[in-house]
Design a protein around this ligand. Structure first.
Ligand code: AHM
Ligand code: MG
Length: 286
């Protein structure tokens, strides 16, 4: 898998450079989820698919920006699923954005996810790579990713990051969020899941949620290339995940590559609380 990791690192360096100087207007295409693609989304996807297509141990590529699977080498082992530029609508306000990759062995199923990594394009270029344990890396002045530390979550955090619009939340979600604020959690939400989840991982805990909403009952975030890669990292860091009901996001069933799901990532305390609210064991915000 080393060749895949090395190729992905090179892509991230290229995307990071492109973000600094490239025009960030809209293209005239719409992706599978219905978002009008930014030129940067399309360019990031091209950088990744061009480089990874050359590797003979990749069976197929799945991208947020491609409607269909790109089949490459039929007998190869790995399928790489990726969101080339997560949070791209925030580039115009110069917020941190990212790229997310999940590496699956032979088929797309939660159990077959064998490694995941993401990059944060912020003031620094950072990477979190996880095989057995998640490690933070930072690009140095010689353009090398230097290992900084292992990421571990505590049992209870202080951050509350929740997506969607409040008027579209269920009463259950409103009560859960109010309950966390009553327990002195602090709101931290930029609108780019890579940056928001990275903050929770580096600060040691908290809750990130993207719930079911009235206009998106299955949530907004995509299972194969956004949710599962982060669930893998969170659980390997000692954290927990759920869709509100399941005791792990790894029990989700996948029926299509662009499928979405409500999702919750956090420390033990917060995910236990999420499930108590969603399963109806608690319904008061206090
Ligand atoms: P994108 O992949 O098209 O950028 O969309 C995903 C982003 C996530 O990064 C973020 O968590 C979410 O959309 C924000 O949505 P909202 O503005 O509804 O909270
Ligand atoms: Mg995304």
């Amino acid at each position: 898998m080393d060749n895949i990791l090395n190729a992905i690192k090179e892509c991230a360096k290229e995307i990071s450079q492109m973000l600094k100087y490239c025009d960030f207007g809209y293209s005239n295409t719409i992706n599978k989820t219905g978002d009008t693609q930014l030129k940067l989304d399309v360019l990031s996807d091209e950088i990744i698919s061009k480089k990874l297509s050359k590797l003979d141990n990749i069976k197929a590529l799945i991208s947020e920006e491609k409607d269909e699977i790109l089949n490459l080498n039929e007998n190869a082992k790995f399928i790489v699923a990726y969101d080339p530029l997560d949070g791209s609508s925030l580039v115009d306000v110069n917020f941190s954005v990212g790229s997310i990759f999940g590496i699956y062995d032979s088929k797309i199923s939660p159990k077959n996810l064998v490694a995941s990594l993401y990059f944060v394009y912020g003031p620094r270029l950072e990477m979190v790579f996880c095989l057995d344990k998640p490690y933070l890396f930072r690009l140095d002045e010689n353009s090398e990713f230097i290992k900084i530390k292992e990421l571990k979550l505590t049992q209870k955090g202080k951050i509350n990051a929740t997506g969607g619009s409040q008027w579209e939340w269920s009463d259950t979600h409103k009560s859960l969020i109010q309950n966390l604020f009553n327990e002195k959690y602090r709101l931290r939400y930029s609108g780019a899941m890579v940056a928001d989840l990275h903050q929770i991982l580096l600060k040691g805990g908290g809750l990130f949620s993207y719930p079911s909403t009235t206009n998106a009952p299955n949530g907004k975030l995509r299972v194969v290339f956004e949710i599962l890669p982060f669930a893998y990292i969170f659980e390997k860091a000692g954290g927990f995940t759920s869709d509100g009901f399941l005791d792990t996001l790894f029990n989700l069933e996948i029926s299509s590559i662009h499928q979405t799901s409500p999702c919750f990532f956090g420390s033990k305390f917060e995910i236990q609380k999420v499930r108590k609210f969603y399963l109806g064991e608690i319904n008061e915000s206090n």
